[in-house]
Design a protein around this ligand. Sequence first.
Ligand code: FAD
Length: 435
Amino acid sequence: MAVRKNITNWGNYPKTSSEITHLHDANAPDLKLSHDKKVIARGNGRCYGDASLGESVISTLELSNFIEFDAKSKTITCEAGVLLSDLLEFLVPKGFFIPVTPGTKFITVGGAIAADVHGKNHHKDGCFSSFVESFMLFVGPGEIIQCSPTENDQLFYRTFGAMGLTGVVLSATFKVIAIETSFIYQESIKASNLDEIFALFEDSAEWKYTVAWIDCLQKGKSLGRSIIMRGESASLDKLNKKQAKNPLKVHDDRIKNIPFFFPSFVLNTLSVKLFNWAYYLKQFRKKETSVVHYDQFFYPLDSIGEWNKIYGKPGFIQYQFVLPLENSKAGMRAILEEIANSGLGSFLAVLKLFGKNDSRFYNSFPIEGYTLALDFKYSKKLSGLVERMDQIVLDNGGRIYRAKDCMSRAELTNYIKAESDWFGSLQSERITMKS
Ligand SMILES: Cc1cc2nc3c(=O)[nH]c(=O)nc-3n(C[C@H](O)[C@H](O)[C@H](O)COP(=O)(O)OP(=O)(O)OC[C@H]3O[C@@H](n4cnc5c(N)ncnc54)[C@H](O)[C@@H]3O)c2cc1C
């Protein structure tokens, strides 16, 4: 039965009143679809913008069963509403890990496929799609299609990154990776400007995981001041005595929640400046090494539940773009200058390097080059900045990540070619209207 509810995604902007239907059976979804109301799948609402919002929403959260695990072939099959955090609880004690993970473990397997998520290892391993063997897709009344590289291959390839527009993923089979410990050997190195951080990324090409935090309020010679974190799965001999007592430790699932929305004035240019300044200075030496738990390395933000409330009730947007390698340096410089001059500082700015993406997954967001993800508190002034950044991304042949988008230009986000009659979201309608 459908219930009407006000919903929003992680950015708390925009908000919609939607009719929500929960799926209970992955083998026989009893959905009544009609052509006058398009539906869209929804996982855990961890995309930032308007991709899983719509007039009529199908929640997969109750499709949360594990179906099969084969340690020998390192393959797992589960329903689409299983969260990565649940997968980790199941896999890590057995010595396995998720092959590609985003910066939060609170997303569903269906959401990972629909956005074709990337992690800190894209330059080495590609997106989540690189590890998926098959999935079951609900494409319309009474129609469930098995998709793999050998069965309905075109639908298989175009579903990754299609943001739910090809149908509802009901279950999936994918590869996992073996780990000796659940810790990461990490090096953090400070870079005093953009040239240095690009050189550090180039120098770190052989590391499995790389990511950098950027202080995007710096200008002039310090533009691009940042810290790169590069890591490898730690072997047993790298652990200290305490860590070695439980080398396959699982994350702690007790998290502290932010109990209320912060008043809007708390996050302003000054507080963002202070945070970024403190973050850069908290690392004393140029280079530091440590062995940290996967939760700290991959999911630092997950330790504070509902941290999105610090942006206040109006919410925030995340703006993530990628620029082709040859234009990355100039384009990134132009965007950072634009942000620093606007005074609308981003609290969190994360830089990553994408490798070449498998061209068969043509709806996926990554292209070879640098990608930057920025958070901005929502305000009326923001649309001007977004427009100027969009122009720079466009001029440099880049694109915007639809899993984060809620206000960018259609030209930057309408790279998805596959749409079915039954499915549509607030995002797809917005983009169609704009183009
Ligand atoms: C703190 C944080 C960090 C993040 N870091 C990264 C990152 O590093 N890399 C990255 O790639 N992303 C990142 N993301 C974005 C997030 O991984 C994606 O938006 C992901 O798709 C969210 O999954 P979800 O289950 O919450 O789905 P939702 O947010 O509910 O939906 C996302 C999209 O998937 C579709 N969808 C969901 N379930 C299904 C299904 N069963 N079948 C078909 N379509 C479906 C929806 O229609 C929608 O278009 C981050 C998000 C947060 C909040």
